[in-house]
Design a protein. Structure first.
Lengths: 175, 243
């Protein structure tokens, strides 16, 4: 029963996507590409941990037995450690915006379905089906980038010794 | 009534594709639009549908053609206007969503008659099947004026015969068909009026009934209107062979 419900939910979701994409374009493929791209962008953002680990190591010295926190050591700012770790999300967002062009061009691929789109009583249908999913993808991508940044910020604040964190970390991100 | 007044289309570069065309199509007629390649048949249809900018006035039942009344027009073209990756069933759903008068009954009947699969993407159809499907969608949209631009290019003769018969059988009295084709002899028994276009101008417009009364065939009328020179071929052959 649960499986049937899940399936119908998935079907309804795919039908919803189909209503906002050029007919027959294969929204399942676009969705897979989107999820894959999002995962890839997240994997590339993991360099933050390398930067963080290197900066955190500099807070300590090792006399031979146990690592000791250097007195007065200050952790590198979060914004510097974050650097361009999230740039892959931005690149991906721009890429998805370019899909709009493909959505318009596909009405001239394999047939002239553009003639049908131009004959529809609803003049916005063609634009709705070209822009909605790419814009949604951009919003989701940027939201995902923000969530990832929040997660990394939380790790920074929790894992860094309190006395080493310079004030104004959150504000520095937006400067 | 579809009324075209002084329609003119000049392409960049100065080529006049449609030259001050005046044409009226009342409801319930099946009109053949004939002319050689490049005569302006397709361009005229695209002007009617608003696909290309033109001058002159085109009205549908007295109103200019806008998104409000464009559903009264349907279009089948040899260039094909379906979505290649969508199934026939998907097309029916799409049409039903956008064209309030879409006839599911007619769609099912025609799909069954031509034995076309409903759950396969149209790209997998043969050329003949694609043409059939294109025409089926134009006939099922629920339009009052059905424009067909060389819809049977690539279909065999039996197939085309079937289509003419089905078309005559299913068309409602208020449905008008404007059929552009080269197959003059083939459609002569099926159309009620013939319009001839040459170099963007209407050069002939006749009711087939009138031709019958005059004892003329449609082909004779076309040749006469086009000032066809019967000795043209023999003269060319003589010239080429040097005899």
């Amino acid at each position: 029963m649960q499986e049937i419900n899940n399936r119908s939910l998935k079907d309804r979701f795919m039908k919803f996507l189909d209503d906002f994409a050029p007919p027959g374009i294969g929204t399942d493929r676009e969705l897979s590409g989107f999820i894959g791209g999002l995962m890839g962008a997240w994997v590339l953002s993991l360099r933050f941990f390398k930067n963080y680990a290197e900066a955190r190591a500099l807070l300590y010295y090792d006399p031979g037995t146990k690592r000791v926190l250097i007195e007065g050591a200050v952790m590198t700012d979060f914004s510097i450690l974050l650097g361009d770790s999230l740039i892959s999300f931005k690149v991906f967002a721009v890429f998805f915006l370019s899909v709009v062009v493909w959505h318009y061009l596909c009405y001239r691929q394999g047939s002239k379905s553009i003639y049908l789109m131009k004959r529809l009583p609803n003049r916005w249908e063609i634009h709705k089906r070209a822009w909605t999913l790419p814009l949604l993808a951009v919003v989701v991508t940027l939201a995902a980038a923000f969530v990832v940044m929040l997660f990394y910020y939380w790790i920074y604040m929790v894992a860094t010794p309190k006395q080493c964190i310079a004030p104004g970390q959150w504000q520095n991100i937006w400067r | 009534m579809l009324e075209i007044k002084k329609a003119r289309k000049v392409y960049p570069g100065g080529t006049v594709a449609v030259r001050d065309v005046d044409l009226t199509l009342p409801r319930g007629e099946i009109v053949g639009l004939f002319g050689e390649n490049g005569a302006g048949k397709s361009t005229l249809m695209k002007c009617i549908l608003g696909f290309i900018n033109h001058s002159g006035e085109i009205t549908l039942d007295g109103e200019p053609i806008t998104r409000k009344n464009i559903a009264k027009l349907s279009f089948a073209t040899s260039e094909h206007s379906f979505f290649p990756n969508l199934t026939a069933k998907g097309h029916a759903e799409f049409y039903a969503e956008h064209f309030p008068k879409f006839s599911q009954k007619r769609f099912d009947g025609l799909m069954d008659f031509f034995e076309l699969p409903k759950n396969k993407a149209i790209r997998s159809f043969s050329m003949g099947q694609k043409n059939q499907f294109e025409v089926i969608m134009a006939l099922c949209q629920g339009a009052d004026y059905i424009l067909m631009d060389e819809p049977f290019a690539g279909n065999d003769v039996f197939n085309r015969e079937d289509f003419y018969k089905v078309l005559l059988g299913i068309l409602e009295p208020n449905e008008t068909v404007l059929l552009s084709t080269h197959l003059i002899e083939e459609v002569s028994g099926f159309i009620s009026r013939a319009v001839l276009i040459r170099k963007g101008q209407i050069v002939g417009d006749v009711q087939t009934e009138q031709l019958e009364e005059e004892g003329k065939t449609l082909m004779e009328y076309v040749k006469e209107t086009y000032h066809y020179r019967a000795d043209r071929v023999s003269l060319a052959v003589e010239k080429i062979s040097g005899e």
